[in-house]
Ligand binder design. Structure first.
Ligand SMILES: Cc1cc2nc3c(=O)[nH]c(=O)nc-3n(C[C@H](O)[C@H](O)[C@H](O)COP(=O)(O)OP(=O)(O)OC[C@H]3O[C@@H](n4cnc5c(N)ncnc54)[C@H](O)[C@@H]3O)c2cc1C
Length: 139
């Protein structure tokens, strides 16, 4: 190895939201110091990946599987920590609506996630949904 060459314990390829968060976690990790290198084909932050834009949503009751609930809760903690670190709000808690047929994949899955971790959810009749948001809802 020449004096210009360096070795790294971890190399993160791609510094969008995922790669940046990985770099951040590695930089803050306890234990022996690691040499970490981040590589991106552009100069982050940039608008040439999926992570650009002003907002993203995180759902607590993901329909895909109840296993996501504790992961999302951990993500909420980390967003709060990051807000504290940078000294400004980054995350706004809102309510969410999952729309779909009562026995459809979406509603059944969201309910399963909610019941596994005792998340507060309430069924909303189609008539109320269409009244509140002027939607045409077909059961
Ligand atoms: C319009 C839109 C809306 C979305 N809304 C949501 C939402 O509401 N909630 C949600 O959870 N998710 C949402 N997603 C998905 C979410 O934004 C993405 O899953 C997430 O941002 C992906 O982050 P990433 O770091 O994996 O990818 P990216 O942000 O795309 O980052 C990849 C990085 O890798 C770099 N790169 C690529 N190829 C190379 C290479 N060969 N060498 C070096 N670097 C390279 C790119 O330049 C880029 O910086 C949305 C996505 C889009 C497009």
């Amino acid at each position: 190895m020449t004096t210009h060459e360096r070795s790294y314990d971890v190399i993160v390829a791609g510094l969008g939201a995922m790669g940046s968060a990985t770099m951040y976690a590695l930089a803050r990790a306890q234990g022996p110091a690691r040499r970490v290198l981040g590589i991106d084909r552009f100069s982050p932050p940039h608008g040439l990946g999926s992570s650009h834009g002003r907002t993203r949503i995180i759902r607590e009751a993901y329909f895909e599987h109840p296993a996501y609930v504790p992961i999302v809760r951990r993500a909420f903690d980390l967003w709060r920590e990051l807000e504290h670190e940078v000294g400004r709000p980054l995350y706004t808690k809102t309510r969410g609506i999952t729309l779909g047929p009562e026995n459809g994949t979406l509603v059944r899955g969201a309910r399963a996630s909610a019941s596994t971790d005792a998340l507060p959810i309430a069924p909303m009749p189609a008539t109320m949904t269409s009244y509140c948001w002027s939607l045409t809802v077909t059961a």
